[in-house]
Design a protein around this ligand. Structure first.
Ligand SMILES: COc1cc(/C=C/C(=O)SCCNC(=O)CCNC(=O)[C@H](O)C(C)(C)COP(=O)(O)OP(=O)(O)OC[C@H]2O[C@@H](n3cnc4c(N)ncnc43)[C@H](O)[C@@H]2OP(=O)(O)O)ccc1O
Ligand SMILES: O=C(O)CCC(=O)C(=O)O
Ligand SMILES: [Fe+2]
Length: 361
């Protein structure tokens, strides 16, 4: 039977961890007990909190790019410029049908609203596939302070594997979202590649830029003391490109490369937030920037987001592209096997931009 407010007592912090992490209730389960104060293990060090009054007043904003005429040179230029100067931008009129976005958002709520017994079938311990993982925070065993977020992570291997192992509550919608976004993803990579002297997305470039796909469904429940914690701590993604669908609640902040300010990414209906990941920063020898971002916890609303991480193939060796260093430019990064890079990322707590040091010469 599901625990109720009256039966739940968290006499000591270990009981919270047992309930949230080990029993699979997640922070959503904790939030729904009606808990009034943030448990100690979620209290972030002062400097990691993103209290509104400490976010600099700024009129900076990440670019919003209209892709209605994707073959216009100015669209490609705006995207490459944003990738160099911000590492982040939003796209509108991107060609992905809006009902596909609505459906995957509804499916995200459907999955997280399942009873804990159902969701727990997909925890690291129980999941029948290592490609499907329901979890909480980022890396609970490595973190000193936990993050106020639950997630379902789906690594795409094949339609057949997804059909067999992904949760029924969301698999069709997640697959459709992934498939219907492919044309836009190719277009974005084609623009970014051309600007690096990559003439076409041939098989080699395809496996470097978009050789594997992971979709995460993120759930940020209402938090009792949002100012003391974070939804997601400062990090950069390890992908080549991330396509993020957010709902109307807001809370994502990006570090401006020019000022160092934390800049809010306002929800724009029907848009995607696109960001450069570490793999693309490495392949472009630092021309495109994977930028620190983080998510505020929220005291009044539940929030969801659905990132598609477009990555190199796990076995790919990534380093600065020959096309980029052909003109004598010094490589800033060494060659690394992509799965080694990702394992290094997942094994430690979020730490801003430090993961990329793994590949620095
Ligand atoms: C969760 O909160 C997040 C996530 C993020 C993610 C940002 C990204 O950019 S994700 C894109 C990552 N790239 C890929 O997935 C493509 C390439 N994939 C691979 O190379 C491999 O699948 C692998 C990820 C390296 C896993 O390899 P494998 O040899 O099978 O090793 P495992 O034993 O399964 O995992 C090793 C270790 O990694 C951690 N881990 C694995 N998967 C996840 C996951 N989906 N979410 C969280 N952590 C994961 C885990 O520690 C594993 O060790 P365990 O002992 O715990 O099993 C950004 C921000 C966020 O807040
Ligand atoms: O939820 C968001 O807005 C961003 C989440 C994120 O940064 C991630 O999953 O990597
Ligand atoms: Fe991220």
């Amino acid at each position: 039977m599901a625990p109720t407010l009256s039966t739940l007592q968290f006499a000591d912090p270990a009981e919270v961890t047992e309930f949230v992490v080990n029993k699979g209730n997640g922070v959503k389960g904790l939030s729904e007990t009606g808990i009034k104060a943030l448990p100690d293990q979620y209290i972030q060090p002062f400097e990691e909190r993103l209290i509104n009054k400490y976010v600099n007043e700024t009129d900076e904003a990440i670019p919003v790019i209209d892709m209605s005429n994707p073959d216009e040179d100015k669209v490609a230029e705006a995207i490459c410029d944003a990738a160099e100067r911000w590492g982040f931008f939003q796209v509108i009129n991107h060609g992905v049908p809006l009902d596909v976005l609505d459906n995957v958002k509804a499916a995200t709520h459907r999955f997280f609203n399942l009873p804990v017994e159902e969701k727990s079938r997909f925890t690291r311990e129980n999941s029948l596939s290592t490609n499907v993982r329901f979890g909480t925070s980022f890396s609970p065993r490595a973190e000193k302070a936990l993050e106020w977020k639950d997630y379902l992570s789906l690594f795409f291997v094949s339609e057949t594997e997804a059909e067999q192992y992904w949760p029924d509550a969301c698999k069709n919608e997640a697959l459709e979202y992934m498939n219907k976004s492919e044309t836009m993803v190719r277009k974005l990579l084609e623009y970014l590649g051309k600007n690096l002297n990559v003439k076409e997305l041939d098989k080699t470039k395809e496996s470097l830029f978009m050789g594997s796909i992971r979709i995460n469904l993120n759930y940020y429940p209402i938090c009792p003391n949002p100012d003391l914690t974070v939804g997601v701590g400062r990090h950069s993604d390890v992908s080549s490109l991330t396509i993020l669908l957010q709902d109307q609640i807001g809370g994502l902040h990006v570090r401006s490369l020019s000022s160092g300010n934390w800049v809010h990414v306002p929800p724009v209906p029907g848009s995607f937030v696109i960001n450069i990941g570490d793999a693309m920063q490495i392949l472009s020898n630092g021309r495109y920037k994977s930028v620190e971002h983080r998510v505020l916890a929220n005291g009044s609303n539940n929030r969801i987001s659905v990132p598609i991480f477009v990555n190199p193939k796990p076995e790919s060796v990534i380093g600065p592209l020959p096309e980029v260093v052909a003109n004598g430019e010094e490589p800033v990064y060494r060659d690394v096997v992509y799965s080694d890079y990702v394992r290094y990322f997942f094994k430690k707590a979020h730490d801003g931009k430090k993961t990329i040091d793994f590949a620095k010469i």
